[in-house]
Design a protein around this ligand. Structure first.
Ligand code: TXA
Ligand code: MG
Length: 321
């Protein structure tokens, strides 16, 4: 049973009335998808075990996977986790923005254990999208939100994508149009040395410039678990072939930069990594819906946002069961 069994998912306009309705639903413990600058999140009151359990049910997500907690500003974040040292410097530099910090949880914050999957840390994020900011301010409490897609599918970057995956399973979608960044947030955890748990919307180089030293990568330094970093995650149903020079017979082309046109789509004719990130998930969905036996993907530079794009493509290409 889903929380909305038999009921229709409301489409809420991206204005003050839509935000007010979305906030009221969240305060009632209902599920509402909302736009952030990265991807659409599937929000629930992070203090309500019932509401958070409904997220896992709607997404059919494995329970061990902790959720990111979204708040309106850094002061609200500091009431939920202990943000100190390097984490505080990163928060100052990049919030609001596409950065999630995994920090020690304040037990008195009253989060449901389901949000942290029983860990003594919490992933915190202050999104940089006007509608998300307005919604979080109006809710006035922490909102747990994974990406608003069924588990294992490509993250949604438009309200339409959310309806395709979750219609009838959630109370409402707040429609704010396409997401600006298009890739999930960068996740940094670990102390005393910050660790890159997931590349994302803030390039690692930008974080390292603020820290004045390199980030650790998983597998380096202390053993740290990165739950949820399952190899196969961002999955179109067609097979992907990466770092291709050209499509083979029957393959669709996902290009990058100027060059020979093939049947398919281009992430950015101009070779702009920001534009490519914003187009990535929508283009994967569109190619998946086209006639073709696979998707050949052009080489994409690994610098800046290219690292996060390469990470998502590698997951999309990973063998799955
Ligand atoms: O951009 C984003 O981050 C989007 C938008 C909606 O904010 N959210 C998102 O959430 O991508 P999700 O659930 O798809 O990915 C959250 C990941 C989990 O897979 C997990 O690896 C990590 O965040 N995470 C959350 N809390 C953690 C914790 N306490 N320790 C380690 N990893 C954590
Ligand atoms: Mg996700």
């Amino acid at each position: 049973m889903t929380e909305t069994a038999g009921r229709q998912t409301e489409r809420l306009p991206g204005d003050a009335a839509g935000v007010a309705r979305a906030a009221a639903l969240l305060r009632e413990g209902r599920l509402v998808a909302f736009p952030t600058e990265t991807v659409y999140g599937l929000g629930a009151d992070a203090r309500s075990g019932r509401a958070v359990a409904a997220i896992y049910a709607a997404k059919a997500r494995p329970r061990f996977n902790p959720l990111i907690v979204h708040v309106a500003d850094a002061a609200a974040a500091a009431r939920i986790g202990r943000i100190e040292g390097d984490a505080a410097r990163l928060a100052d530099a990049f919030w609001p923005g596409p950065l999630t910090l995994v920090v020690p949880l304040r037990p008195e914050a009253g989060l449901s254990d389901l949000v942290t999957a029983g860990l003594d840390t919490v992933g915190l994020r202050v999104p940089d999208a006007p509608l998300a900011g307005a919604l979080l301010a109006e809710v006035g409490g922490p909102v747990a939100a994974p990406s608003a897609n069924p588990s294992g599918r490509v993250s949604p970057t438009t309200a339409e994508h959310v309806f395709e995956g979750l219609s009838g399973r959630i109370a409402a979608v707040l429609d704010g149009g396409p997401c600006q960044v298009g890739l999930e947030s960068t996740i940094v955890g670990g102390a005393p040395d910050p660790l890159l748990l997931r590349p994302g919307g803030v390039p690692a180089e930008a974080l390292e410039a603020v820290l004045g030293r390199p980030l650790l990568r998983p597998g380096e330094g202390a053993a740290v678990s990165a739950p949820g970093q399952l190899a196969s995650h961002y999955a179109p149903s067609k097979p992907l072939r990466l770092d291709a020079d050209a499509p083979r017979a029957g393959e669709l082309w996902l290009g990058f930069g100027p060059g020979e046109a093939h049947h398919g789509l281009n992430l950015s004719e101009a070779g702009d990594l920001g534009e490519a990130a914003a187009n990535l998930f929508a283009h994967l969905r569109a190619l998946d819906a086209m006639e073709g036996k696979g998707i050949a993907v052009a080489r994409i530079p690994r610098t800046g946002l290219g690292a996060a794009i390469a990470d998502r493509l590698a997951r999309a290409a990973a063998p799955r069961d």
